[in-house]
Design a protein around this ligand. Structure first.
Ligand code: IMP
Ligand code: MG
Length: 177
């Protein structure tokens, strides 16, 4: 089986330090006693786990499932809900937690969906942002790292479901022949 050529873009240490800062920022901005963290499956699971521990006030945790990529490196542009929330978000201080904002199509869809459920507030936290590829304008409140237009894996992110378990964020070096 062909293995991809992986290079470290962000080390586990860099990620850890930045998430502590994001957690402190979320605590400082919060207006309610409890924040409601919603992880977008599957890519955000590691970021959500670390961000939840970096936030010091009580947090509720829920997940929403979305599918838009299939097995490739580019979005199909079609978003499908694969798992709905378990908890109500009405009146809640919601932080939607994403692994990476790329075209913005996924978040645009989810923001519209969640706004209909009347949260008290809805903010976006993403570990990674690739602004060069944006197709929908998205206001992201908490960005871990802004990165160039490279396909990245690790720390929750996958390529064809592989590499989610890497502790660093790596990019796939393209082979030119
Ligand atoms: P968007 O709808 O194009 O913004 O895509 C967002 C989703 O695509 C993210 O939640 C990721 O799951 C996936 N994605 C976008 N870029 C990458 C990447 O570089 N590596 C792995 N997954 C990615
Ligand atoms: Mg995702």
């Amino acid at each position: 089986m062909a293995e991809e050529n992986l290079k470290v873009l962000l080390s586990a240490e860099q990620i850890h330090c930045r998430i502590l800062e994001l957690g402190a920022q979320i605590d400082a901005d919060a207006t309610q006693d409890t924040v409601h963290l919603i992880g977008i499956l599957k890519g955000s699971f590691m970021f959500l786990a670390d961000l939840a521990r970096a936030v010091k006030r009580p947090a509720k945790v829920d997940f929403i499932g979305i599918s838009s990529y299939g097995m490739g490196k580019r979005s199909s542009g079609e978003v499908r809900l694969t798992k709905d929330l378990d908890l109500s978000i009405e009146g809640a201080e919601v932080i939607l937690v994403e692994d990476i904002v790329d075209s913005g199509i996924t978040l645009n869809y989810l923001i519209n969906l969640l706004e209909q459920r009347k949260p008290g507030s809805l903010r976006i936290a993403t570990l990674l942002d690739k602004p060069e590829r944006r197709q929908r304008p998205i206001k992201v409140d908490y960005v871990g790292f802004t990165i160039p237009d490279k396909f990245v894996v690790g720390y929750g992110l996958d390529y064809a479901e592989k590499y989610r378990n890497l502790k660093d964020v790596c990019y796939i070096e393209q082979d030119y022949c």
